[in-house]
Design a protein around this ligand. Structure first.
Ligand SMILES: Cc1ncc(COP(=O)(O)O)c(C=O)c1O
Length: 427
């Protein structure tokens, strides 16, 4: 029976039963971490072969005989650009390959906008009265952290089943202070949403009031499908921008963090030729080049983008049972009582759980007390403020399946107990 149609007596009965279950977990010494989307050890072990790709002086050269041990190539190896090109849909010579973190490239891109401005723009954003950024919510906490740390005002935009609410976006970009939008277009963090063709085309064709406007297109999960036979397809945005006469509108980011190693992968930034020239001219004051030996290791190990895609099937085999156990537990727990809704992503690293309004913080706190640590409630919104206090991000990748199952049992009981208590407040 659905909680919302229960009488006070029935709810009190549920409460007593759930409290007993919860108390049982409190004393069972659980220590389960479901906070961040980290690959598990089994996944990290998949790329062991990469560690052996460079083991002698002779191994240190690119296909064009460039010696990767030495200085140079501020924008990275051509071979590494070619590896990323089909994945992000950008010509190889319009790509910069960076260090191990795309977040680093995104932070630098935003900092450059603030300090120098964009190609063909109105100069440094810091010199303008106000800088605002659109943030589809729920979204990735670290994107919001970048804006917050640089003093950029964030505006929430609802993330719908096919991407950001474009009616809202098209209205907000009439404000000249709005300088950009964060997008995780495929298997979005945390909902798993993939933008529809129509949404991508509408974004690419936007005519913002500010000529500084940039889409920060974080394609972190471009090749991270869980299933062979059902996967989301995302169209490439740069060709759409070009068709719409907006070639400079987008910065595209990706990395191999969840392909090879988060601690030692390779990242990239793709954009129009004009954007890339502008970025490179500033970047060469910052570095003489990123870690080319690691780029070379990746090129040798994967070969090409098809090699990357084939390799990702091994990750899927590890991750799929973890996502499936989470969904199974959620269905078992909530299909009758109706105390939560959740997403069922076909890829990426997260499941987004929505609990009754005003229950997320309390749920996460209760789970923590029982030894199950989740991402802080509110983290999926700018300024850590979930206006409904209802969104919880589930990160299934790191714990082993049995632990994850236990963790989900705890989480589900906590959600139910909070939901019942909330309903009782009004009885
Ligand atoms: C959407 C998104 N972008 C970027 C990152 C981090 O990428 P990187 O490791 O390349 O810095 C993550 C990690 O969780 C993510 O979810």
């Amino acid at each position: 029976m659905n909680y919302s149609s229960m009488s006070k007596e029935q709810l009190l009965e549920q409460k007593a039963k759930l409290e007993k279950e919860y108390d049982g977990f409190l004393n069972s010494g659980l220590e389960i971490n479901m906070t961040r989307g980290k690959p598990c050890v089994e996944q990290l072990d998949l790329a062991e072969g990469m560690l052996k790709e460079i083991s002698s002086n002779e191994d240190c050269f690119t296909s064009k005989k460039f010696d990767c041990r030495n200085y140079g190539l501020v924008d990275g190896l051509d071979d590494a650009k070619r590896l990323f090109s089909p994945i992000i849909g950008v010509p190889w010579n319009q790509i910069i390959v960076g260090g191990n973190s795309s977040l680093n490239l995104m932070y630098d891109a935003m900092a450059r906008c603030m300090l120098y401005g964009v190609a063909g723009g109105n100069g440094p954003w810091v010199k303008q009265d106000k800088v605002k950024f659109l943030c589809p919510v729920p979204g990735y906490d670290r994107h919001f952290g970048i804006c917050e740390s640089l003093g950029i005002e964030m505006i929430n935009v609802p993330l719908l089943g096919d991407g950001p609410d474009m009616d809202v976006v098209e209205e907000l970009i009439k404000d000249e202070a709005v300088k950009g939008i964060w997008c995780v277009p495929k298997y979005s963090n945390p909902t798993g949403t993939t933008y529809s063709d129509e949404t991508v085309k509408r974004l690419a064709a936007m005519k913002p009031a500010s000529k500084d406007f940039r889409i920060f297109w974080d394609n972190a999960y471009a090749v991270h499908d869980l299933y062979e036979d059902k996967k989301d397809e995302l169209i490439h945005i740069l060709p759409e921008c070009e068709k719409a006469g907006n070639p400079n509108l987008v910065f595209i980011f990706a990395s191999t963090s969840k392909i090879s190693y988060p601690g030692s992968g390779v990242s990239c930034l793709g954009a129009s030729a004009e954007n890339i020239e502008h970025i490179k001219s500033i970047m060469q004051m910052q570095t003489i080049g990123h870690d080319k030996m690691n780029m070379l290791r990746h090129v040798k190990f994967f070969g090409d983008a098809e090699g990357v895609k084939a390799f990702m099937k091994k990750h899927a085999d590890v991750l799929r049972p973890k996502f499936e156990i989470c969904i199974e537990k959620l269905e078992d727990a909530f299909s009758e009582c109706g105390a939560a809704t959740w997403t069922k992503p076909l890829g990426g690293y997260f499941i987004s759980l929505d609990v009754p309004e005003g229950c997320a913080k309390e749920t996460v706190a209760m789970a923590k007390k029982a030894g199950v640590v989740l991402t802080d409630a509110g983290a999926t919104f700018p300024y850590h403020k979930d206006p409904k206090d209802s969104n919880i991000r589930i990160a299934p990748s790191f714990p082993p399946v049995e632990e994850l199952a236990k963790g989900m049992d705890v989480l589900c009981v906590c959600v139910k107990l909070c939901a019942v208590n909330k309903l009782l407040e009004n009885k």
